[in-house]
Design a protein around this ligand. Structure first.
Ligand SMILES: Nc1ncnc2c1ncn2[C@@H]1O[C@H](COP(=O)(O)OP(=O)(O)O)[C@@H](O)[C@H]1O
Ligand SMILES: [Mg+2]
Length: 352
């Protein structure tokens, strides 16, 4: 059953269409990420769900309740939506203690004192902040401040958590750790998460489903596995993980790439795509083998030892193809001729 529902939601700023006819269904307890480059409309979408931004078109629902509707001229203010929110900047009140930061929104809601204490302590416990309760958030690290923001959001017992790049100001190690803390909190509290990020690894690690967005338009909504294995277009392919693109010719149903030899692949492009004459082969660096015959000829331009992996850059007709092998792999040396076998190519139109 869908819990948060966006129907044809559109938002313009002057000539810019920040969000273009967005349709999303988020289930109860689901972790749903919105992923895309800076400026693609993620924050604007989240702000519309939160109620900080009105809509130019469309409707937003939670359960059966309408939150915003352009057509009906309806708009429920943010404080009545009962969403937990954490943003990128450490939005904590420095003049209040950690405890007061978490308790304050509950006071504003007119909740009874006992209940405030109970919920605040509970939220502080789950975010490992009980010992810091009397401190000023100013004395905490970046991670500590984000925990305060998280605790404050938890204390209101939200059905939905809106998280806008909450970890992007933290160092990589802490960022990774806090991903798992957020997942654990979700298990305890059972809220749905709408998670905004431009970091594909973060989206993959956290999400039940990922929405990939470009210039306000949805490109794909799928599980992390599907988004990775079956990207709907070149943009999604390039945004998730490392990617190689090679333009190849089609002649008599065969693929010709970087040589005159006709190539066959286990997965060939559709007939419709073949009829375009020239198409794009897309592949991941881990899904290419060096072979002694057949394949696509190239010249090794770079070979870098990165610890666990060896990273090759091979020039194929002016296109750089990255190949990654395990650290024990004995492969061709820099400057040498090689041949590449693309194991699981994806095919896209040049126009895509
Ligand atoms: N208040 C605003 N006024 C004018 N343009 C805005 C405003 N907020 C966002 N935009 C524009 O809307 C687009 C989407 O922005 P945003 O939602 O912040 O993207 P993201 O969070 O994905 O980086 C961008 O082109 C941005 O410049
Ligand atoms: Mg943003």
């Amino acid at each position: 059953m869908s819990y948060v529902k966006l129907v044809d939601v559109t938002k313009r700023f002057g000539d810019v269409i920040a969000v273009n006819k967005l349709n999303i269904d988020i289930k109860e307890g689901e972790c749903f990420s919105m992923l895309g480059p800076s400026g693609c409309g993620k924050t604007t979408t989240l702000r519309m769900v939160a109620g900080f931004e009105d809509l130019d078109d469309g409707e937003i629902y939670v359960g059966d309740s309408l939150l915003s509707s352009k057509a009906k001229g309806y708009y429920l203010p943010p404080e009545k939506r009962n969403f937990g929110m954490v943003f990128q900047a450490f939005a904590v009140w420095p003049h209040l203690t950690v405890y007061e930061n978490v308790a304050f929104p509950l006071k504003l809601k007119g909740i009874k004192r006992d209940e405030i204490a109970k919920r605040t302590n509970e939220a502080l416990k789950h975010t490992n902040l009980l010992e810091a309760a009397k401190k000023s958030p100013a004395d905490l690290s970046g991670g500590g401040k984000q925990r305060v923001a998280l605790a404050r959001a938890l204390a209101i017992n939200p059905k939905v958590m809106l998280l806008d790049e909450p970890l992007s100001s933290l160092d990589p190690h802490l960022r990774e750790e806090m991903r798992f803390e957020i997942k654990d909190l979700q298990k305890v509290y059972g809220f749905a998460i709408i998670y905004v990020t431009h970091d594909q690894a973060e989206a993959m690690a956290l999400s039940d489903r990922i929405l990939v967005m470009k210039l306000g338009i949805v490109q794909q909504i799928d599980t992390p596995l599907k988004v990775y294995n079956e990207p709907s277009n070149k943009f999604v392919f390039s945004f998730i993980g490392l990617s190689n693109f090679l333009n190849v010719k089609v002649a008599n149903g065969n693929i010709i790439a970087g040589g005159s030899q006709a190539l066959q692949f286990k997965e060939m492009p559709s007939d419709a795509l073949k009829s375009e004459g020239e198409i794009t082969l897309a592949s991941r660096p881990s899904e290419i083998d060096f072979v002694s015959e057949g394949g696509v000829p190239g010249i090794v331009k770079r070979k870098a030892f990165l610890g666990e992996i060896i990273d090759y850059a091979v020039d194929v007709n002016g296109s750089e193809i990255r190949i990654q092998k395990g650290r024990r792999f004995i492969g061709p040396s820099i400057g040498s001729q090689c041949r590449l076998d693309f194991l699981r190519p994806h095919w896209y139109s040049l126009k895509d």
